[in-house]
Design a protein around this ligand. Structure first.
Ligand code: ADP
Ligand code: MG
Length: 615
């Protein structure tokens, strides 16, 4: 057989390498920002269009490159950062593999202008799919500007695989945050489709966090600082009461590089044990400085997964350092989440003035007068207690022939009770419900006992309502008497603008969308005023989370989030009308059996189940 093995031409090898380095526009952003930082820039501008699909440009005021270097940089394994294998164990720079630019140039149109300070003129190079189109001398400031256009132009499969512009922009912003948070001394700008989303001036670590995540972050941060032989830990964690259900504010940096480490994440969460609910996460911004010899950053092309020599020690130190910080700043003992949620003011009453309770006594009531006791029929669940107790036995005399539910019927309304003995089947006709443990609504159906999970059922009802309003027919909002000011960070505002139209459909009205403080002038009728800020925060966080998981439909994410936030919770007590309304609404749904998060909304205890239990 003839020889079949060939060496791949460089441009093919580059395309293959690009597959690993460049997954999406955000990967290009990461590489270009890191190169600018390695070039010691103090001011970096990132400009993107259409989620980076059309344009990603990074302009820096760093060292720049000489003409020959500018050309060489697009070769594979061309790097100024290491020159021997031993350098790998003493890395101080972000890059070192020398493949980013070669990879990017293999799959996009790249245009670069660069100049070093001791030359008058700079270099302008254009490369398309690894082919140098032109190289000219140009007048340009010291530093480098690289534009990457039409990413994946020659790999349609990959281009088609990209998500919507909004989703890609989210990923870009995530990368931008990661880089900006480690380098507060560098000024960063981010422009998207011509408008400036971030303008981060040169500052300190704490201010950088608040510039990125908003001034409300200021009061939430607890500093962490510890130096040992193995590691220096610095940064911040958020106070336990600000732990969130959504991910997004968890950052580890190892030697100034953003890293992912489920193991160390666990250490942080362990430090918060007993202080936060199990389904919430603390925010953290933690910098670990270790000897470069003790860390291997080489194990993944995007370099976010690293290997520490002694992870176990690191875990222990991290956990105790954070515990110490939380203790020192006295944030440990104030939380009590075992508190009975029934003591919280119910939704509809928040912000309202307390009404002094009045006791009404029926002075004419005489328990021994049988005509009066008929009127004031007792209920099991009512406050009327032993008066009229003999009524409990009413109906028992015909227990054999009557339906076994007759003893329950005493709980229902007097009005219904009057027809009790004439219509054995009222249960099916009118329906009745009662609430069990403020969690379940119990009712009957022909075949048995219906038990509905009130929270999940209401989530289903609201989910379908909001989904309809967003996609089919606009819902009505309720005008606020006094417009409410809610402040947002730049990235929250970008998200808010993305979901604006859907929110308007469900009844929100916003003003000043361009400013840090947005005015809310109307909200969905079901949303009480005191919850507006919280619900909007959750909506944005939930939407972001949904995007992260690449759920496609914005309407679905929002309807789910709205339903989750506004649904009746476990622990809320419901009057009979609300119970009935909820049961009816649930069964009017298209998919009554499951909550929007795909959990069962109800179950039926069949007669045969009961028979078995009573054997
Ligand atoms: P690496 O960063 O791993 O060295 P890259 O392909 O990202 O590989 O870059 C190759 C080389 O190009 C770098 O080592 C650096 O010398 C040079 N370079 C890239 N970007 C810049 C920049 N913005 N300013 C100055 N030099 C740069
Ligand atoms: Mg690089």
């Amino acid at each position: 057989m003839a020889d079949v093995i060939k060496l791949l031409p460089d441009h093919v090898a580059n395309q293959i390498a690009a597959g690993e380095v460049v997954q999406r526009p955000a990967s290009v952003v990461k590489e270009l920002l890191e190169n600018a930082i390695d070039a010691e820039a103090t001011l970096i501008k990132l400009i993107v269009k259409d989620g980076g699909k059309t344009l990603i440009q990074v302009v820096d005021n760093g060292k720049g490159m000489s003409g020959p270097d500018a050309r060489l940089t697009f070769e594979r394994h061309a790097t100024s950062k290491i020159s021997s294998a031993s350098d790998l164990f003493n890395l101080r720079t972000k890059g070192f593999r020398g493949e980013a630019l070669a990879s990017i140039a293999a799959i996009a149109h790249v245009d670069m202008q660069t100049r070093i300070s001791n030359e008058e003129l700079g270099t302008h190079i254009k490369i398309e799919g690894s082919k140098v189109i032109s190289q000219e001398v140009v007048a340009t400031p010291v530093g480098t500007s690289i534009s990457v256009k039409n990413l994946f132009f020659n790999i349609p499969a990959r281009r088609n695989f990209l998500k919507s512009n909004q989703v890609e922009l989210r990923h870009i912003m995530d990368e931008f945050h990661r880089v900006a948070l480690v380098h507060p001394s560098i000024a960063f700008h981010l422009f998207n489709n011509g408008s400036e989303i971030f303008n981060l001036s040169h500052t300190g670590p704490r201010q950088r966090i608040t510039h990125v995540f908003g001034s409300k972050m200021e009061e939430r941060l607890v500093p962490v600082d510890e130096e040992t032989d193995v590691v220096r830990i610095s940064g911040f964690v958020t106070k336990p009461e600000f732990a969130k259900k959504s991910r997004g504010e968890q950052f580890f940096f190892a030697n100034d590089r953003f890293i992912k480490s489920p193991y160390l994440h666990h250490a942080v969460v362990a430090a918060f044990e007993g202080l936060i609910k199990t389904d919430t996460l603390p925010g953290y911004f933690l910098h670990l400085q270790v000897d470069p010899k003790t860390i291997d950053i080489n194990i993944h092309p995007t370099k976010t997964e690293v290997k520490f020599d002694d992870e176990h020690t690191l875990y222990a130190i991290l956990r105790s350092t954070i515990k110490h910080s939380l203790g020192q700043f006295n944030v440990a003992p104030i939380l009590d989440f075992e508190r009975d949620s029934n003591l919280d003011t119910p939704y509809a009453y928040q912000g309202k003035e307390a009404i002094i309770p009045k006791i009404t006594v029926d002075a004419s009531f005489n328990p021994f007068d049988s005509s009066a006791s008929k009127k004031a029929e007792p209920r099991f669940s009512g406050k009327k207690s032993t008066e009229g107790w003999e009524n409990l036995y009413k109906g028992l005399e015909n227990l054999d022939s009557g339906p076994p539910v007759s003893s329950y019927e005493i709980e229902s309304d007097t009005e219904i009770q009057s027809s009790l003995y004439s219509e054995n089947e009222w249960v099916q006709e009118k329906g009745f419900t009662f609430q069990l443990q403020r969690k379940y609504l119990v009712s009957t159906v022909k075949s048995g006992l219906l038990v509905i999970h009130q929270n999940r059922a209401h989530e289903r009802v609201l989910f379908e309502k909001f989904l309809g309003e967003i996609t089919v027919e606009k819902g009505l909002g309720q005008q606020l008497l006094f417009p409410l000011d809610v402040s947002f960070t730049p990235s929250e505002r970008t998200l808010l603008k993305e979901i604006h139209d859907s929110l308007v459909n469900v009844g929100f009205v916003f003003e000043n969308l361009e400013q840090e403080t947005v005015k809310v002038t109307a909200v969905p009728a079901i949303l009480s005023e005191s919850k507006i800020g919280m619900v909007l925060d959750h909506l944005i966080a939930g939407y972001k989370e949904g995007l992260r998981e690449d759920v496609f439909s914005q309407a679905e994410i929002l309807a789910k989030e709205l339903a989750k936030n506004l649904a009746i919770k476990t622990g809320e007590s419901l009057d009979e009308d609300s119970q009935m309304a909820l049961v009816n609404d649930l069964f009017a749904c298209k998919e009554p059996t499951l909550s929007p998060t795909l959990k069962k909304t109800y179950t039926i205890l069949y007669e045969s189940d009961l028979d078995k239990r009573l054997l």
